[in-house]
Design a protein. Structure first.
Length: 215
């Protein structure tokens, strides 16, 4: 059975919703799945004067409390890793980068080599840096010698109006800092597409584990 880790950071719930859909699709496809959220790196509020955002963040934190926090061992365990991050100025979110920095020892013993990896994102606007965010995260995959699995244009779901980015599923949240309405603009097509992307990634991992010797 293939081991799939869905590792994500989310502050206001959009990436969380996509990550849950990714995990459900992987489970349905028969994989062993670990859904893992990356912890915050600071206790300081990110936007102390932006009340709606802070309330939305609090609501998300409460809703995702039961999701286990990601550990480097989850990456060691996984054959495939599907990563989710909000776009922040066209880059992956800081807490996820902090988690990635802790892979140093695992990477040094080539523990991430040949694992199938793929990434998805959510940003406020469609041209707010979705592709650069995915590429900033995927850049790390090159260093690990991971096998990057893009969704490309390999299924009709990727051509639906709220999808269309071949680098990785990208949802557009708009103004999402609305407590009580978190992730309301993540579409059913986004959820189906991230499920498709995840199953494609685990299928590549299955082929790799059959065809390649690890280490
Ligand atoms: C510090 C920060 C920087 C952001 N930068 C961008 C950006 O460059 N482009 C954009 O479209 N949205 C940007 N956003 C909005 C988030 O990407 C967007 O709200 C996303 O849906 C949040 O995902 P989450 O709900 O999983 O946290 C930024 C948000 C924050 C807090």
């Amino acid at each position: 059975m293939t081991n799939v880790a869905i590792v994500y950071y989310s502050a206001t719930g959009n990436i969380h919703k996509l990550a849950v859909a990714a995990a459900e699709a992987a489970e349905k496809a028969g994989a062993q799945v670990r859904l893992r959220r990356v912890a915050e790196i600071s206790e300081e509020p990110l936007a102390p004067n932006y009340t709606e955002w802070s309330e939305a963040n609090d609501e998300h934190v409460a809703a995702s409390r039961d999701v286990p926090v990601a550990a480097i061992e989850d990456l060691d365990w996984a054959d495939a890793v599907v990563w989710g991050t909000p776009g922040r100025y066209g880059l992956l979110a800081g807490p996820l980068k902090h988690f990635i920095d802790q892979t140093f020892e695992l990477h040094a013993r080539r523990g991430l080599m040949n694992k199938a990896m793929s990434a998805f994102t959510s940003t406020g606007t469609p041209h707010g840096g979705q592709e650069s965010t995915i590429l900033s995260l995927s850049n790390v995959f090159y260093h690990w010698g991971a096998i990057i699995v893009p969704p490309g244009v390999t299924d009709d779901i990727l051509l639906t109006p709220s999808n269309g980015n071949p680098y990785g599923v990208s949802a557009t949240s708009g103004l999402q800092a609305i407590p009580g309405h978190l992730a309301q603009n993540v579409t059913d097509d986004n959820l189906a597409a991230v499920g498709y992307q995840t199953v494609r990634t685990l299928q590549v991992a299955e082929a790799l584990t059959k065809g390649l010797k690890k280490g």
